[in-house]
Structures are given as C-alpha cells and as structure tokens.
Design a protein around this ligand. Structure first.
Ligand code: HEM
Length: 198
C-alpha cells in the first residue's frame, strides 16, 4: 500500500539520519563555543551547503536553498570573507534534498537562540542567514510528497542513503572549517566585492 510505503520513508528518514543529525548538532554547538570565529565558520559552511544544494534541479526546495545561500553570502560580504564553493560529490534524489533543506528549517529558532546566547549575533550585523524565515510550508510540502510517492523499496533506500550522504557532506564542510582555519576562509579583496560574483 502507498500509505505504508510513504510512512516507512518518513520513519526511515527520521530514524536512519538521527545519528548524523546528532553529529551536526555537536559540531555546531562546538562552533558556538568559539564565539565570533565559530560564527564565521558556521556561515561559510551554510553558504557552501545551500549553494551546493541549490544546484540540484527537480528539488522543490531549490528556491529556498538559493535564498539561504544568498543570505549567507550577504553575511560573508559583511564579514569580509571569501569562501570556496564545494560542489556536491554525487547527484542526490530531489526528495532527499527537500528533506534536508526543509527539515533543517525546523531547528532554525534553536540555532538562532544558540548564537544569541553565545553573544555573537547581538554584536553582528551579519545576520541575514539567521533572520531567514522557517519556510514551514516546504516541510509540509515534503511530507505530502513523501506520502504520494510510489513505495518501491529501492527508491526509498536510495532517498534514505542520499539523505545520510547529504548529512555527511554537511559534517565534512564543518570539519574542514574546524581543522583548516585560514585555508577555507580568506579576507576578500576589493575585486571580490564585484556584484557579478557569486
Ligand atoms: C546544517 C545543519 C542541520 C541540518 C542539515 C539539519 C537537518 C534537519 C532535518 C533534516 C530535520 C528533520 C528531522 C525529521 O523529523 O526527520 C531536522 C529537525 C530538527 N533539527 Fe536540525 N539540522 C541541522 C542543524 C540543527 C541544529 C544545530 C539544531 C539544534 C541544536 C537542530 C535542531 C533541530 C530540531 C529541534 C529539529 C526538529 C525536531 C526533531 O525532529 O528532532 N538542527 N534538522
């Protein structure tokens, strides 16, 4: 039955990505403890993540990813940071992307509070990313799409695997920022501020 298959996709996604989500939580909690430097790294990774995800055609959340990437980029410009793009190393199923993008907004208010409690955002004008809406209609859209999709086990497996890979991609971005300070971020030059650049 379609309902059972979809229910199992939703349940599998939550269950099978739980550990990966915990890793991200821990990484971002650690960054919060590093204050302004941690915040700079966090915004770099969010720009890298959402600009990579915004390239996936077929994802209904593509406009959300584009908006989040643009907001993170605006913050990078305020902080005078230029970061390298990180393309996705694989082509994910669009529903896996929608899960990650729409789902990530569920924790948005907590994230905002974490950075405020870390004493960073009250002193920074680079807050375009954290001020973004929650886009909860996209989460509802994802849940509806998951309910109507054909319940073929191999499709479900593929989406779940891709979602885990996407969490890992995000964790790798955060790790790179934590361990390679100065390599990923560099101070921008006046040429980098040209409006035609990404
Ligand atoms: C870029 C990093 C993050 C990504 C990609 C991400 C992704 C997701 C996804 C896909 C969901 C949906 C889970 C489901 O119901 O199946 C979710 C839910 C949630 N996330 Fe995150 N998340 C991130 C960071 C965080 C952080 C740092 C926190 C807070 C410490 C957080 C808190 C939450 C909360 C409270 C929920 C909703 C409640 C729940 O189902 O557990 N997230 N996130």
């Amino acid at each position: 039955m379609a309902g059972e298959g979809c229910q199992s996709l939703r349940a599998r996604l939550r269950q099978d990505t739980q550990d990966s989500h915990k890793i991200l939580d821990a990484q971002i909690t650690q960054l919060c403890q590093e204050g302004a430097a941690g915040y700079r790294r966090f915004i770099v990774t969010q720009w890298q993540l959402f600009s990579a995800l915004s390239q996936v055609s077929g994802a209904k959340t593509q406009p959300v990813s584009m908006e989040l990437a643009a907001r993170a980029l605006a913050d990078l410009r305020v902080m005078k940071i230029n970061a390298d793009e990180r393309p996705l190393p694989f082509a994910p199923h669009p529903l896996a992307v929608d899960y990650l993008v729409a789902g990530s907004r569920l924790g948005n208010q907590i994230l905002r509070r974490m950075w405020r409690d870390a004493g960073v955002t009250s002193q920074s004008t680079a807050d375009a990313y954290l001020s973004a809406p929650d886009y909860l209609e996209h989460w509802r859209g994802f849940l509806a799409a998951a309910e109507t999709m054909p319940p073929e086990p191999e499709v479900v497996l593929n989406i779940v695997e891709n979602a885990i890979q996407l969490f890992n991609f995000c964790a790798d971005l955060l790790n790179a920022q934590s361990t390679e300070e100065g390599l990923e971020c560099r101070i921008i030059t006046p040429q980098d501020l040209s409006p035609s650049t990404t």
